[in-house]
Design a binder for this molecule. Structure first.
Ligand code: FES
Ligand code: FES
Length: 178
């Protein structure tokens, strides 16, 4: 089992009535009391201390805050923490192993130079992982198909070309495609 990266507790600073939420986050069961207005992105970052999930636009456009909820990529800036009660959530921290070994997609990003500042990268990784896993690699992996896969995430640095190459390379490793 992975070593916990989740912060043990965090004092809720709101005067709102609190709601108990129970979730599985990166394979670990957690229970917390939260204000109904706290966004899942803020809950993940501030309450759980999992700061790999980034917040950019905060209104559903950039994709930086993407996490996987019950197997599907979702914008954590458009989801309240209470809406995720009872869900299984994966954040970017779930991808690498405790021994430092990276997920094949992370390896491919590294080798293909698919990031520069890296701010957008966690969102790209989680969006791509969810699509590759959900389809078990049975998805259009042509350059055009991958650009459709990436269309929910914005990157201001890379020009996308190396991200496309990284997805092709990762899919080959994960699903032995050509
Ligand atoms: S921060 Fe959620 S989509 Fe931009
Ligand atoms: S690597 Fe900088 S925003 Fe994408």
């Amino acid at each position: 089992m992975k070593k916990s990266q989740i912060r043990p507790d965090y004092p809720e600073r709101s005067d709102d009535p609190l709601h108990e939420v129970n979730m599985e986050v990166n394979g670990e069961l957690i229970t917390r009391n939260v204000s109904p207005r706290i966004l899942l992105a803020d809950f993940i970052r501030h309450h759980l201390g999992l700061t790999g999930t980034h917040v950019g636009c905060e209104h559903g456009v950039c994709g930086c805050c993407t996490v996987i909820i019950d197997g599907r990529a979702a914008r954590s800036c458009l989801t309240f923490a209470v809406q995720a009660d009872g869900s299984k959530i994966r954040t970017v921290e779930s991808l690498a192993q405790d021994d430092g070994s990276l997920h094949p997609l992370q390896e491919a990003f590294k080798e293909s130079h698919a990031l520069q500042c890296g701010f957008c990268t966690p969102g790209f990784l989680m969006s791509i992982v969810s699509q590759l896993e959900e389809t078990e690699g049975e998805i259009d992996l042509s350059e055009d198909g991958i650009r459709v896969m990436l269309s929910g995430n914005l990157c201001r640095c890379t020009g996308y070309q190396n991200i496309v190459k990284a997805v092709q390379s990762a899919a080959k490793r994960m699903y032995k495609t050509n």
